[in-house]
Design a protein around this ligand. Sequence first.
Ligand code: MN
Length: 201
Amino acid sequence: MAYSQPALPYADNALAPHISTETIGFHYGKHHATYIKKYNDMVAGTPLDDQNIEDVIVATANNPEKAGLFNNGAQAWNHSFYWNSLSPNGGGKPSGEIAGKIDTDFGNYDAFKEELANAAATQFGSGWAWLVLDKGQLKVVKTANAQTPLTSGMIPILTIDVWEHAYYLDFQNRRPDYVAAVIDDLLNWDFASQNFLNAQV
Ligand code: MN
């Protein structure tokens, strides 16, 4: 079924100066919108058209004949998740249950932060860095291109887009500086906590 682009959960200038209005204009307004249009065009009229986008992503993973549908569907979903992973009031240390779980699974917040920053910096080429819940344990993973933890049975908690289009207008080649700004000032821990608590039930 057609997938609609969710409204941006903040104003297009709310993440500045780290992520500029210009970046949002291209990234949300062009890149994300185009993935969604292509996904809707490709899924229409196929036997998968009655399924929701998450099920289509899982059904088309690792199938070279369905690569176009998978890539556009996964990019559509990953970007919606990314916009929610950011907040103008985000960043820094979380609180509540997820904070305790980070201490349990990573040792402490600083160790988690280093692992996430390292994953985001070392994803070669385009891709994503993720905090996921995998069989009850919080982990940091990275995925290439459109790949998503949804296809590995992991539950996404937060993500950082590390495709160049996510940061090039604001940071040029300095991906680590973009990642540091996201971690320190933008990560939406309210969204992460909600994803973590939903995974418990
Ligand atoms: Mn992107």
